[in-house]
Design a protein around this ligand. Sequence first.
Ligand SMILES: Nc1ncnc2c1ncn2[C@@H]1O[C@H](COP(=O)(O)OP(=O)(O)OP(=O)(O)O)[C@@H](O)[C@H]1O
Ligand SMILES: [Mg+2]
Length: 188
Amino acid sequence: MANGVKHFGLPRQDREYPEPGTVLWLLGPTSAGKTTLAMRVVADLRRLGVPVILFDGDEVRGFFGADLGFGTDSRLRVVSVLVHLANKAADAGLHVVVAALTAGQDAREHVRENVRNLTIGYVACSVETCAQRDPKGLYRKAISGEIDTLIGYNSEYRPPDSPDLVLDTEAHSVDELAARIVASYVWN
Ligand SMILES: Nc1ncnc2c1ncn2[C@@H]1O[C@H](COP(=O)(O)OP(=O)(O)OP(=O)(O)O)[C@@H](O)[C@H]1O
Ligand SMILES: [Mg+2]
């Protein structure tokens, strides 16, 4: 062989390799069900042999530690890290699911402008139901005045303008929503 490169009989691929993965970005208010749904989707896809990774906003927040506050800049910092991680994993060929509040307009624009192969899924749930679920006790703390930074209670959680998917966790079970999402990967 002229250039000394050995061939193993594999067909030449014109496409990019590895083929980049997709990014499903789940956003919605606290207790809407982002983490629950994301974990379920990732588990189901892995069982089907689809390479997929989950990045959760809480994980990134935990990495920064208690120093990180809940102001706009701090929240944007979390989203920027998630965007970076999601792109890197997708470049390596993994499908990515992100579960993060992503409440601010600037954070949402950052996601739209910087994430490739992006699908935005709005995990929708009324504040009343979120406050009843409240697995982390955050609504309880906000109601008692212990915290005043809960978006959805202390300030409005604005629904995203044009999500690609609306995943209503009041109207549909985790089973139903996960099956709908998983089907979109399997058939694509
Ligand atoms: N259809 C549904 N889909 C997802 N979660 C549901 C659904 N119905 C009820 N739940 C419950 O709602 C709660 C949602 O909690 P979860 O931690 O997933 O929310 P989250 O959106 O990740 O909140 P946070 O922003 O605080 O991380 C869980 O207790 C879950 O069992
Ligand atoms: Mg969560």
